[in-house]
Design a protein around this ligand. Structure first.
Ligand SMILES: Nc1ncnc2c1ncn2[C@@H]1O[C@H](COP(=O)(O)OP(=O)(O)OP(=O)(O)O)[C@@H](O)[C@H]1O
Length: 215
């Protein structure tokens, strides 16, 4: 892992001209190798911050800095390229495509990133094995549990070896045991040199995090 630096500087965002301003000029670094919890009451902007850092939204003021570059100011095509190559997402419900095998679901983001298919397949199988899912590679989402599906989503988010991993309530619908497996997987991803950000309401999640940003 290259340990890409991630930071936000004087960040502000409004969904509409008259809408509430979020973040009040947030300045913060998110260290590579650390898992940071984004906490705060409902509506404070945890998900929105992930979308801004994930380059799916553009700040109203301030910027996101990735690897020393203000990536908020870049043209859409360049932001999409950075997103595909450097940023992984895990959402609350993985909603895997029911028609694809688990292996193909994990591989899908590698196609958008233009990765070598053979190398991507080898990496997908390694990831599935690391997360105890190798025997499920040829199964379809209907044949695996919710906890396993979330671990598949973590594998999928890691297929392009992103420097940044963004997780929005990734354990929100899981029981403790499955939540722990997913959180351990995310923590391992951070330990590999990534900045992992996880939006959460759950005190259990905080036990796995190295830092906390309260919005
Ligand atoms: N697409 C949208 N258009 C307009 N306003 C939005 C949109 N998405 C979110 N908001 C508003 O922006 C604010 C922040 O929402 P966001 O979902 O980021 O908060 P959150 O902290 O993640 O909340 P929760 O904990 O409930 O998931 C809220 O007031 C929300 O109503």
């Amino acid at each position: 892992m290259n340990g890409t630096q991630l930071a936000v500087a004087d960040l502000r965002f409004r969904y509409s001209a008259k809408g509430e301003e979020l973040f009040g000029g947030l300045t913060r670094e998110f260290a590579p190798g650390a898992m940071t919890a984004l906490t705060g009451e409902s509506g404070r902007g945890k998900s929105t911050l992930l979308y801004l850092i994930g380059l799916l939204l553009t700040p109203s003021a301030g910027h996101v800095n990735l690897g020393g570059e203000n990536v908020s100011a870049l043209p859409d095509a360049e932001r999409s390229r950075i997103r595909a190559a450097q940023i992984g997402f895990v959402f609350q419900d993985s909603e895997l495509d029911p028609t694809r095998t688990i292996l193909d679901s994990v591989l899908e983001p590698s196609m958008y990133a233009g990765a070598d298919p053979a190398a991507a397949k080898a990496r997908a199988l390694t990831l599935l094995s690391e997360f105890g899912l190798d025997h499920r590679a040829q199964h379809r989402p209907g044949e695996i549990s919710g906890g396993q599906a979330q671990r598949v989503a973590v594998c999928r988010s890691l297929i392009n070896s992103p420097a940044i991993l963004l997780a929005d309530e990734p354990t929100g619908n899981l029981d403790r045991g499955n939540a722990q497996l997913v959180l351990e997987a995310l923590h391992a991803a951070a330990a590999g040199g990534r900045a992992v950000l996880i939006a959460t309401h759950d005190p259990f999640v905080l036990e796995f995090c190295d830092a906390k940003v309260e919005l």
